[in-house]
Design a protein around this ligand. Structure first.
Ligand code: FAD
Length: 467
């Protein structure tokens, strides 16, 4: 029964979109029910952001251990114990999932295990694990149903057991000798980095002319060179035609430079993108506007149906955990009577390669496309003491500054801890800080953040540590 005066809110999906929306709705006095068909934490905690970073962390530690002699430390590296790497991955994800469960309890959010489906515009049918069904009516419903890996129509992919998606690639039984990655987006590139560090012979095949399409072109090209120097074979403008079994290995036929070449690998990672997971929701029957399962919303995260909101990956747009969470807070606030808009301007894009790669705001390419007058400031990390200590000074920071008002339009960082450094830059973009605001801020020495300021100085042609 509905408590006096409380707005009842249902959240469909317990990923970083849904669980954050649930907490925010509870903070604002809502009576919240979260329905999750699988595990709290969603893709991100269970088979996405977190487990990939555990593998990458072990891979990076292995690479560092091999280079210890350069730091004057003599260690003998005997290789890796894969079962322990996997156990670490499970331990971290389990701890975080139980943390989310604790947050649900602390916020008095009712969690129901089951699949939610719209029976009408305000009523959900929840099918539980034992097959029983229950109809529940709510004042507000927030859809946070997320996404699943897309399977491309490449002949042989579905039939071949050595072809895995990102979830499969996180849990290989052993480190594969060779891995062919179809797709040079974030997920493909991160897993390519991890396995290459673990000793796998890695080949990346990307259909477009550039890896990581949303990232700054110049820095992406630098990253590609670094990956290639480490032995990762990368092909762009290359289309996988078909996949077939070939003895114990798998043959992948790739059209590149007008010819079809065959590559063999023990495992094939299919990382060509993700699709929304909205089939079970019955969207069309209740008239929730969507484009082939991608739910349409306005800036308030409202769908076309009153009191129904949607957030995160199920919109099929920017598929990132922090975007899902940000949209979750907006949807919850609007559902509980506030009037707020989502603005993605400060959304950072991060790639956990080695070195890390991060960007926020406009890239040079995008600024040109939009016809915005801008200038660029660049600072190579070779001239930054801390970066030199950490990774030999590999990488660069690049500012895109508006020509007329000198506002920070975008910042792009390839270098150690780039994904942490981007926070300051996101704040600058959000506050429409000018290059002078960055310059006027004293940055600690010795840190890589000094290079952020130096890149801003470079835009004004007054960098100190480059000639
Ligand atoms: P999800 O996390 O997908 O959660 C949706 C939940 O809804 C799921 O738990 C699902 O079971 C549930 N659900 C669906 N339908 C129903 C239904 N009908 N009834 C009940 N429950 C339902 N993003 C980053 O920002 N940083 C990263 O480093 C990063 N790395 C990634 C690495 C990999 C390998 C992958 C696959 C993704 C990565 N992502 C990363 C993307 C990130 O995981 C997603 O953007 C994020 O999880 C989206 O959150 P969400 O809440 O919208 O959906």
């Amino acid at each position: 029964p509905k408590k006096e005066g409380k707005t009842t809110v249902a959240i469909i999906g317990g990923g970083p979109g849904g669980y954050v929306a649930a907490i925010r709705a509870a903070q604002l006095g809502g009576e919240v029910t979260l329905i999750e068909k699988n595990k709290l934490g969603g893709t991100c905690l269970n088979v996405g952001c977190i487990p990939t970073k555990v593998l990458l962390h072990s891979a990076e530690a292995l690479a560092e251990a091999k280079e210890m002699a350069q730091l004057g430390i003599n260690v003998e590296v005997k290789g890796i114990d894969w079962s322990k790497v996997q156990a670490k991955k499970s331990a971290v994800t389990n701890q975080l999932v139980s943390g989310v469960s604790g947050l649900m309890k602390a916020n008095k959010i009712k969690v129901i295990e089951g699949v939610a489906s719209f029976a009408s515009k305000d009523t959900l049918t929840v099918t539980k694990k034992d097959g029983s069904k229950e109809n529940l009516t709510f004042d507000k419903i927030i859809i946070a149903a997320g996404s699943v890996p897309a399977v491309p129509p490449i002949p042989g992919v579905k039939e071949n057991a050595s072809c895995v998606d990102s979830t499969g690639a996180l849990s290989f039984e052993a480190v594969p000798k060779s891995l062919l990655v179809i797709g040079g987006g974030v997920i493909g590139i991160e897993l390519a980095t991890a396995y290459s560090r673990f000793g796998t012979e890695v080949t990346v095949v990307e259909a477009m002319s550039k890896l990581l399409p949303m990232m700054d072109g110049e820095l992406t090209a630098q990253l590609r060179k670094m990956m290639e120097a480490r032995g990762i074979k990368i092909m762009t403008d290359a289309k996988v035609q078909s996949v077939e079994a070939s003895g114990t290995a798998t043959k992948v036929n790739v059209e590149v430079g007008g010819k079809v070449e065959a590559f063999t690998a023990e495992k094939v990672l299919v990382a060509v993108g993700r699709r929304t997971d909205t089939e079970a929701l019955n969207l069309d029957a209740v008239g929730i506007a969507n484009d082939r399962g991608r739910i349409s919303v306005n800036d308030k995260m409202e769908t076309n149906v009153a009191n129904v909101y949607a957030i995160g990956d199920c919109l099929g747009k920017v598929m990132l955990a922090h975007v899902a969470s940000a949209q979750g807070e907006i949807a919850a606030e609007n559902a509980l009577g506030e009037d707020v808009l989502y603005d993605g301007a400060t959304n950072p894009s991060c790639v956990y390669t080695d070195p890390e790669f991060a960007g926020v705001g406009l890239t040079e390419e995008k600024a040109k496309e939009l016809g915005i007058g801008f200038k660029v400031g660049k600072f190579p990390l070779m001239a930054n003491g801390k970066a030199l200590i950490m990774n030999g000074g590999v990488g660069m920071i690049k500012f895109i500054i508006g020509e007329e008002y000198k506002e920070v339009l975008g910042v792009h960082i390839l270098g150690p801890r780039a994904t942490d450094l981007i926070g300051e830059c996101a704040l600058a973009v959000g506050m429409e800080a000018t290059v002078e605001d960055i310059i006027a801020t004293i940055h600690a020495h010795p840190t890589v953040t000094e290079a952020v300021r130096e890149a801003a100085l470079a835009a004004e042609k007054r960098a100190i540590h480059i000639p």
